[in-house]
Design a protein around this ligand. Sequence first.
Ligand code: NAD
Length: 447
Amino acid sequence: MQDTLNSHQDLPALLAAQRHAFVAEPAPSLGQRKVRLATLRKAVLAYRARFQAAISADFSHRSAFETDIMELMGVVQAIDYLSKKLRRFMKPQRRHVGLYYQSGKAYVSYQPLGVVGIMAPWNYPLSLTLIPLATALAAGNRAMVKPSELTPRTSALLQEMLAASFPKEEVAVVLGGPELGADFSRLPFDHLFFTGSTAVGRKIMQSASDNLVPLTLELGGKSPALVAPGYAKAEAAAHIAYGKLANGGQTCVAPDYALVHEDERDAFIAHYQQAVARLYPKGPDSDDYTAIVNQRHFDRLNSLIDDARRQGAEVLTLGNRAAKPRDRTLAPTLILGATAQMAVMQEEIFGPVLPVLTYRTLEEAIDFINARPRPLALYYFGATDQQCAAVLARTTSGNVGINNTLLHVVQDDLPFGGVGPSGMGAYHGIEGFRAMSHGKGVFIQGR
Ligand code: NAD
């Protein structure tokens, strides 16, 4: 078992020990990497029940489906995917380069970078810590991990689990908040993988620049869900409600606002209402519904709603409320008639609140999307393939879901990442593996 590492002073010495161990040994073989992945998989499953309890307590309550299937089994699935694909990912790529008058052969070899720093947010505290970690290990690296301070029980358990499973020179966990995060982001890692808000992402990039540390930034933003005129409204509303309400709306790729044709708004609202009733038949105070993570975030969401109401928007609260609501549950809420200037349309919402805006022409809707910062995800519910292709060609977003929301998040084979203010770099798929590797061009002179 490792010692507990939570102090600022520990960080440089810990990184030095990890890097020393990295350079002292040749790059880990396929077999060694698979053993590390198997160790991680086994540990996650052994801690399954304890993670469920810790996450539930951290959120005050959270749907068992979200913890067990979306997070825990999502991690196991990602580890299985990496183990299965690893041989192919590691294989040097033969290249036919222009060798002029020389003869020889050339290839690209993907080698480990060294020590990867991983900083994680609170909203999916397991998967957003452990999937980047599994990728770093698959790519042959060592890793230092800083989970979120806002899910303290889960983060402490992550530290316990990883300390019991790996020597600290291989994987170490440090616990702390923004202050420790700032020190962490100034360390001369070989790669820093940050998941969190755009505002903090900016600071991380500044800190990392001192040591020229390459970065992956998985950030946030306002992801639109655009429903084309004539698209089956019931289906679109059901997918948008699911994407919006998973984890109590606290999902980076949740649709942040919907754009529907002005003639179809009322039908959309009615379908959304029915979808909410189907998703949460016992209401948002039941165990099926995830609470807002803390009072500060809960108050912020309520003030976004109040501000919109004060400025003339109509607020529709859906679902049943128990006589005594459980801690920090917020009912699914629709905001109608929001303007672009309202805070609810300026800030990432990160809760079960959905502004529904209307448009007259698809062109107008696309212009509205393009006038805002490029989002992490864009969802398009389109009636025809041509319409879908036209929208894709006119918009830029980190990821795209056509006629669905959220699904691509769990597609291990697809790269996932933002663009512009919603992030840079990607994980999942071979792209994620390569982001944590150095692609070295090797030329061998023929004899
Ligand atoms: P956050 O940016 O506040 O915190 C993320 C991490 O940074 C935490 O570990 C935190 O301790 C640390 N941190 C906070 N302030 C810091 C500072 N000043 N200096 C250094 N480190 C600091 O984000 P959050 O509230 O934990 O998570 C929610 C945000 O994350 C949302 O914007 C959401 O969209 C985004 N997110 C993005 C993805 C993605 O994959 N793109 C996934 C989940 C969440």
